[in-house]
Design a protein around this ligand. Structure first.
Ligand code: MN9
Length: 295
């Protein structure tokens, strides 16, 4: 199975004032990220608010982004949905358009590990020629055992591990020696995940500070770990500031502040209250947003 590398934004989905997918804003943002040198795109994940969108809206995002960058950069589409039928439909759609891979969160409201295996098997089988990247997000007791239980899936090609445990990260990386891509999903840990063997990172803040992460990875590749750490800390100041104000609403507002208006998040994500705009702007200024996004 194809492998992947580099710094990828978990693309935010821009919405218009009347809560429609904003195709023009997607095009603007994607072009800017390509110009910065980002190395792939992950669509409709938790940052892309895919599970809060309709199937038609998710298809529109995929069509727009694959139409813009397909063939030039890899695009992985998150297709997870509560119904495996819907996830399968999205997976087939992604394959038909020429996406590079599919990914899925765990099914909601399941309490039996065999259900997770059954669900992932069904999603992966809908696009058998595409790499399948299960998205390990949230409190998963034993990610290593879970991945081992998915071993029979022919197109299993890695995982997106959004957890903080870097020992676990090393073990997941070590599961296979080829045809295996481990994406780290916790932006605050991008450097440490890379040092633990993660092949690539996908994250929400790469929409905002993509150039900084590229520089960070370049410093690490040159063995300049002090330089890389300074950049990780610079990014984390901004990320932790966003979290204090309600992450998705603050992230989308911050994108507008640096010239990429993407509208408000989709409910149940909460927009930044208008009364907090000045406070967030000042806090981001102090956290060094301008420097972090100038790269
Ligand atoms: O996996 C994102 N995680 C979630 C991607 O959305 C739960 C991350 O990129 C975080 O937004 C980021 C900030 O905490 O690490």
């Amino acid at each position: 199975m194809q492998t992947f590398h580099g710094v990828w934004p978990a693309l935010v989905t821009p919405f218009t004032e009347d809560d429609q997918v904003d195709v023009a804003a997607i095009e603007r943002l994607v072009k800017a990220l390509v110009d910065k040198g980002l190395q792939g795109f992950y669509l409709c994940g938790s940052t892309g608010e895919g599970v809060f969108m309709t199937t038609a809206e998710r298809k529109l995002v995929t069509e727009t982004v694959v139409g813009l960058v397909g063939g030039q950069l890899p695009v992985i589409v998150h297709v997870g949905a509560s119904s495996v039928i819907e996830a399968g439909e999205l997976a087939r759609h992604a394959a038909r358009l020429g996406a590079s891979g599919i990914s899925s969160i765990l099914p909601p409201v399941t309490f039996d590990e065999r259900s997770v295996v059954s669900y992932f098997s069904g999603v992966a089988a809908a696009a058998p020629d595409l790499p399948f990247i299960p998205y390990l997000l949230g409190a998963i007791r034993n990610p290593l055992a879970l991945l081992e239980s998915l071993n029979h899936i022919p197109n299993l090609a890695g995982t997106k591990y959004t957890g903080p445990n870097m020992v676990e990260m090393q073990q997941i990386v070590g599961l296979r020696s080829e045809g295996w891509t481990v994406f780290s999903g916790m932006d605050e840990q991008a450097l440490f995940a890379r040092m633990s063997g993660a092949h690539s990172c996908i994250g929400s803040t790469m929409n905002l500070m993509g150039g900084l992460y590229l520089q960070l990875m370049e410093a690490a590749a040159q063995g300049d770990y002090a330089g890389a750490l300074a950049l990780q800390q610079q990014a984390n100041h901004v990320t932790l500031t966003l979290a204090r104000f309600g992450f998705m609403g603050a992230l989308k507002t911050a994108l507008a502040l640096v010239g990429q208006p993407v509208g408000a998040p989709r409910t149940p994500n909460i927009p930044l209250p208008a009364a907090k705009l000045a406070e967030l702007t000042a806090a981001l200024e102090r956290a060094g947003l301008r420097d972090a996004t100038a790269l």
